[in-house]
Design a binder for this molecule. Structure first.
Ligand code: HXC
Length: 271
């Protein structure tokens, strides 16, 4: 990890809400958005995880608040988005990082197991976007009408680009997340000037995903059948992509114009 290449104030005055922002990649994004000037709201299912993340951010002088909530419940999504707005007076950045994962051969996966991950990753992402829309719109509540709309960053993955052993549910869910990203970027980018982008991390060290997939500790080995991937990324790498996208420097990128998928599996690609 190296020092951030971005100025520490590039997100000053912005408010970010992150689902799954209390641990793993989500927490690192919370931390880096906060270090670059944003105020942070974290939503998560585990209160102690959320509380501990908020304390850590506050100890660094980052304005932060935590909310217990499950993205699968629309009432939780609505409550948390509204509470974030009430607390900070605006909402500029929504990061959907909440996800569920476990390794299971398809023949052993129940339809409820499949649905559970779809509900967290895909439906949860859509629900959060929907609830946040009125705050993110150009000239939305609490915003200067002359300013552009807010930004949504959906955290996806790369395992659905091909096929991944024992990940049929996660692959389907992340493919849906990518679709949500593109369609909302088209509709909301055109109608409301809201930028919607996705970040698709490949293998990232020291995360629940890596340990669940049994890849932790394999950082010097190749992943899958792509010999070009010789080591895992760091959470910081993904967080830097999020800082860039959330900042004015990332202003061009939204699917209505060009879709920036920061993809640590094959490098940074623009589609
Ligand atoms: C088979 C399983 C299972 C397993 C759960 N299920 N775990 N099936 N193998 N290991 C099935 C259950 O039997 C049940 O179906 C259904 O899934 C719901 O299970 P619950 O335990 O009731 O669900 P819940 O308590 O809501 O927990 C959700 C979860 C859990 C997804 C199952 O793992 C979770 O909360 N994870 C959140 C944290 C997490 O996984 N983060 C890592 C994301 S990593 P039945 O039919 O029995 O009712 C990531 C990166 C991917 O996304 C890319 C990596 C490179």
């Amino acid at each position: 990890m190296v020092e951030s290449p971005f100025k520490p104030e590039i997100l000053r005055g912005k408010v970010a809400l992150l689902t799954g922002g209390g641990s793993g990649i989500g927490y690192e994004i919370s931390l880096q958005l906060g270090k670059h000037g944003a105020s942070i709201a974290i939503m998560g299912r585990r209160k102690h995880v959320v509380d501990s993340a908020v304390s850590s951010l506050k100890s660094l002088g980052i304005p932060a608040i935590g909310f217990e909530g499950d993205v699968r419940k629309r009432e939780d999504a609505a409550r948390v988005v509204e509470s974030t707005f009430k607390h900070f007076g605006r909402l500029d950045i929504l990061v959907n990082a909440a996800a569920g994962n476990f390794l299971v051969p398809s023949e052993d996966l129940s339809s409820n197991g499949f649905r559970t991950v779809m509900d967290i990753d895909s439906v949860g992402t859509f629900t959060m976007c929907l609830e946040a829309l009125k705050y993110l719109k150009k000239g939305g509540l609490g915003k200067d009408p002359s300013t552009a709309g807010g930004t949504i960053i959906n955290i996806s993955a790369t395992l659905h680009y091909t096929a991944t052993w024992y990940q049929i549910h996660v692959s389907a869910a992340k493919a849906a997340v990518d679709s949500i990203t593109r369609n909302l970027a088209l509709e909301w980018g055109t109608d409301y000037d809201i930028r919607v982008n996705g970040i698709a991390p490949g293998p990232i060290g020291d995360t629940a995903g890596m340990s669940k997939l049994g890849l932790e500790g394999d950082s010097e080995q190749s992943y899958g059948e792509d010999a070009s991937v010789s080591k895992s990324g760091e959470k910081w790498d993904i967080a830097m992509a999020a800082v860039y996208i959330a900042s004015d420097a990332g202003g061009f990128f939204a699917t209505a114009y060009g879709d920036l998928v920061c993809n640590s599996y094959r490098g940074l690609v623009q589609e």
